[in-house]
Design a protein around this ligand. Structure first.
Ligand code: FAD
Ligand code: NAI
Length: 477
């Protein structure tokens, strides 16, 4: 029977990174993963993120943005391109190529770092002294490996909607939404969260008429509401996304004619809409399916997450859990950094993750990004703050890009000037937010950002101006 110092279950961004870091630190490491490629005929490492999440969605967002720009934006640059056609199957093929390249890259990294990659479903069997026994099941049979340390990184799956089953033909979860080879004329989306907005944007840009049905009365409730409201206007008024808030979803019937959704509006009216395809994106739930956590007494909380402390320690000695299967935001970078930290803790190091300093990004156009506290949170906790706001409207780089819209807001402590939150909607703010993260990590003040030299002409000058505006000394405001 093979014995390892560390066995990781799951090779998503949490698990594969944990395995690589553990191997780098000198541990004999194996990583068990059950993921298969789109064709279902070969293992595919990388988990949700690489196969059916972050990476493929960003590939489609880029393709659809190019198509939209060619249709609507090129003319003002003096470029005429004649008849513009869109080939959804080709867009999906490009996306699949990126996925294959990256999932293959992890296989290479495992070989390079001497991580043993075991294909199959991993489940706890029991213990042999201090060692945990984990069974690996695949079509070839079952094997059992033993490990001193186990890192559970089994991720998450889409939250089901009781009214309908996902068939990924007409009623789609993220997998189906990423694989449509024809543009649906009418696309319905349930949930105006991150997936709803990103996938709704993709298909809207290439010609679908998109309706998003959201249960909450507030749009993007977790985001700073000034930024969320501005984004809502762009999405609905300029881009034509039909986002209906405060709806209650009733019966859903999928037949040969389409998918009919009955719902009650925020005004109490009963409505019914028929869509060619329906995406269900109402959140994700932790995945402990088939893990057989009970065999060793691994505890979960009432929502099914594996219980961990701030260091990702479970209730069992030497068993750790990271990423989407534990508390905290379901984000690839959070999973990755927990993976690194756990491997280092096993090696006796003392890494630290600041959970208050995790950036959030929504890759719509304009993008939305933030780090730290929102104004609503600061008000609720009674923290006195100052704010500085600046817009992209007169920023030279944004005008050159043809993307001169959006806002950056810096929130700083009224007493100490320490930055408490940075919120943005605008072009490439997915990249700009990193400056806010670094600033917060180093306890920077708004004055620090105001005094740092920002290149000209860049989008980062808008953050600079917002920081200057905190003390009411913006130069272009
Ligand atoms: P996962 O990536 O879910 O990986 C878990 C792995 O474990 C899978 O390969 C699974 O097959 C395997 N597994 C499960 N059980 C077992 C078992 N018993 N035995 C063996 N293997 C098992 N996050 C971002 O930060 N940025 C984004 O832009 C972004 N976009 C997203 C877009 C979409 C459409 C979706 C769905 C998600 C997106 N996310 C994004 C979220 C991100 O994908 C997750 O937060 C991240 O993948 C979580 O990583 P993980 O390692 O915890 O789990
Ligand atoms: P989400 O939590 O972002 O949004 C789900 C939305 O569905 C919420 O607004 C919720 O109020 C709504 N909802 C829930 N039940 C409903 C119902 N019965 N009827 C109507 N609306 C309902 O979840 P989503 O979009 O499914 O994404 C899952 C997770 O994946 C995200 O939370 C995020 O962690 C991750 N993700 C991250 C991305 C990024 O970082 N750019 C991109 C995509 C996903």
């Amino acid at each position: 029977m093979s014995q390892f110092d560390v066995v990781v279950i799951g090779a998503g961004p949490g698990g594969y990174i944990a395995a690589i870091r553990a191997a780098q630190l000198g541990f004999r490491t194996a990583c068990i993963d059950a993921g298969v490629n789109k064709a279902g005929d070969a293992p595919a490492l990388g988990g949700t993120c690489l196969n059916v999440g972050c990476i493929p969605s960003k590939a489609l967002l880029q393709s659809s943005e190019h198509f939209h720009a060619a249709q609507h934006d090129f003319a003002e640059h003096g470029i005429s391109v004649g008849e513009i056609k869109f080939d959804a199957a080709k867009m999906i093929e490009r996306k699949d190529g990126i996925v294959t390249k990256l999932t293959g890259g992890i296989k290479f990294l495992f070989q390079k770092n001497k991580v043993e990659s075991l294909f199959g479903r991993g489940s706890f069997v029991g213990k042999n002294g201090d060692l945990y026994q984990i069974q690996v099941d695949n079509k070839g049979g079952k094997t059992v490996v033993e490990a001193k340390h186990v890192i559970v990184a089994t991720g998450s799956v889409s939250r089901p909607l009781p009214q309908t089953a996902i068939d990924n033909v007409n009623v789609l979860d993220n997998e189906g939404a990423l694989n449509l080879t024809e543009v649906p004329k009418k696309l319905g989306v349930i949930g105006s969260g991150v997936i709803g907005l990103e996938m709704g944007s993709v298909w809207n840009r290439v010609g679908s008429q998109v309706t998003i049905l959201e249960a909450l009365p507030t749009f993007l409730a977790a985001a700073d509401q000034q930024i969320a409201k501005e984004a809502f206007k762009y999405f609905t008024k300029e881009q034509g996304l039909d986002i209906r808030l405060g709806v209650k979803i009733g019966d859903i019937v999928s037949d040969g004619k389409g998918v009919t959704v009955k719902f009650e509006t925020d005004k109490g009216e009963m409505k019914s809409e028929t869509f060619d395809k329906l995406i269900v994106a109402i959140g994700r739930i932790p995945n402990t399916d088939g893990l057989n956590a009970e065999a060793v007494g691994l505890e979960k909380d009432e929502r099914g997450f594996i219980k961990v402390d701030g260091d990702c320690k479970t209730n069992l000695p030497n068993v750790w859990a990271i990423g989407d299967v534990v508390r905290g935001p379901m984000l690839a970078h959070k999973a990755r950094d927990e993976g690194v930290a756990v491997a280092e803790r096993i090696a006796g190091q003392k890494p630290h993750i600041d959970f208050n300093n995790i950036p959030f990004v929504i890759y719509t156009d304009p993008e939305i990004a933030w780090v730290g506290k929102t104004e609503e949170q600061l008000k609720a906790e009674g923290t006195a703050y100052k704010k500085g706001i600046s817009g992209f409207g007169a920023n030279g780089r944004a005008l050159g890009l043809g993307k001169a819209k959006g806002t950056v807001k810096v929130l700083a402590c009224a007493e100490t000037d320490r930055i408490l939150g940075v919120h943005m909607v605008g072009p490439m703010v997915s990249e700009l937010v990193a400056e806010g993260v670094v600033a917060q990590e180093f306890f920077a003040s708004s004055e620090d950002i105001a005094r740092i030299v920002h290149a000209h002409p860049t989008l980062s000058e808008v953050l600079h101006e917002a920081a200057l505006a905190v003390e009411k000394r913006a130069l272009h405001g």
